[in-house]
Design a protein around this ligand. Structure first.
Ligand SMILES: Nc1ncnc2c1ncn2[C@@H]1O[C@H](COP(=O)(O)OP(=O)(O)O)[C@@H](O)[C@H]1O
Ligand SMILES: [Mg+2]
Length: 381
């Protein structure tokens, strides 16, 4: 029998989505084919420490989404190092001699949000010469920054809602008139609202508000600046929320689209609708759409993936207006990965079951690393 592939699952992290990530990891670990893979479980705690866990007890309160946490008392502090063109995990617990724990063939980050999805973790993995699942440094960071992401999409002629950005250093409450005059200058003031205000680099709807008037706008701007020094003000799009999963490297494929229907109680797909309220939203998989719209969305999802320099996987989110107009809202390079999350569910509906999807992602990570290894890293005359 051929040797097992050594996969290191990375989860948790210094992010508001730490708990969601633990749930994703639990599902991925359970489904990875143990006959094919030797799996190492590495939790990143909320201060950024890497901790190696044991399959039987790496999580506490694992079936409670609110109380789930790393079982740190039973985990060993480690770090990855690059050694002779391979990546090894080494223990940091032994003070004198740094103990080697394992060689790793592929890292599988199921980390969401800051540090895990924005290129930081990917940069560290590049540094240690590792193969890893998902987008690289550029795709991850561009995908995380809603301002840069939207500027690139616009430049490629792809449909997005009108938006502009404000930097904290340029903002004072006196500039509010300036701001409102920028928005949709051809219409009277009262029709400029509602608008969406969002931090440029965040996720899970944290710091996002819908503002219906100047008072709410001021408050929303203040709130968004708590999370980033750059924020977006965006035109409201009245439409259905459609999501499409993309898988591949150079020749990516798109899944059937799905639909998120936030419950009437929530004015949009907010943090509460996503994670707190169990009945906050319905996922319709696949979405009920005419074939022409499905094709359009799939085509736009693949274009978005390519324009934003992604690889491996991503979920592209859209708004679909009643008149058939489609707007790209955003890309998520490390989407939620529990068994009931949209990304794996969309692939399941398209004919790729969860376990096969994991195999494919690992394959794609190895393929990408091989391509990179074939590049010349020095120049000789
Ligand atoms: N321009 C917009 N028009 C209407 N709803 C929006 C708009 N932007 C965001 N939303 C709502 O807010 C949610 C979160 O915004 P999004 O940009 O996707 O940020 P996040 O990265 O936090 O998911 C969306 O799913 C949608 O419900
Ligand atoms: Mg979103």
């Amino acid at each position: 029998m051929s040797k097992k592939i050594r996969v290191c699952l990375l989860f948790g992290g210094k992010s508001g989505e730490h708990e969601v990530s633990l749930q994703s990891a639990k599902s991925v670990y359970k489904a990875l084919d143990k006959k094919k893979y030797n799996v190492f479980l590495v939790g990143i705690d909320k201060t950024g420490k890497w901790l190696l866990g044991n399959a039987s007890n790496y999580l506490l309160n694992s079936s409670n989404p609110k109380l789930i946490k790393l079982n740190k008392a039973n985990m060993e502090a480690i770090t990855p190092v690059s050694k002779e063109n391979t990546t090894q995990l080494i223990s940091l617990n032994s003070v004198d001699s740094k103990k080697e724990i394992a060689m790793i063939d592929v890292f599988f980050p199921v980390t969401h949000g800051t540090f895990g999805e924005d290129g930081c973790l990917q940069g560290l993995l590049e540094f240690t010469n590792a193969a890893y699942v998902g987008a690289g440094v550029l795709g991850s960071s561009v995908g995380m920054d809603k301002d840069v992401m939207k500027r690139l999409l616009k430049e490629a002629g792809l449909p997005i809602a009108d938006f502009f950005t404000i930097k904290k250093s340029d903002y004072s409450s006196k500039s509010i008139k300036n701001i409102t005059s920028k928005f949709n200058p051809s219409t009277p003031l009262r029709t400029r609202f509602p608008v969406f205000v969002k931090p440029a680099n965040m996720g899970s709807s944290v710091g996002i508000n819908k503002a219906n008037n100047i008072q709410q706008l001021k408050k929303a701007i203040k709130d968004a600046f708590l999370y980033d020094t750059k924020i977006l003000i965006e035109e409201n799009v009245d439409g259905r929320e459609i999501e499409c999963a993309v898988l591949g490297n150079d020749d990516p494929k798109a899944s059937l689209p799905g639909e998120v229907m936030p419950s009437k109680k929530h004015s949009f797909y907010s943090y509460a609708a996503k994670y707190i309220d169990e009945k906050g939203a319905n996922l319709l998989i696949p979405a009920k759409l005419p074939p022409k719209i499905i094709k359009k969305i799939q085509g736009l999802a693949i274009k978005t993936f390519k324009v934003l320099e992604c690889s491996g996987m991503a979920r592209v989110d859209f708004f679909l207006k009643n008149n058939g107009t489609v707007f790209i809202n955003e890309i998520n390079t490390l989407p939620g990965f529990t068994k009931i999350s949209m990304y794996p569910k969309l692939w399941e509906a398209t004919g790729v079951p969860y376990q096969k999807l994991l195999d494919k992602l690992i394959e794609l990570a190895i393929e990408k690393k091989k391509q990179k290894d074939n590049l010349k890293r020095s120049f000789e005359i």
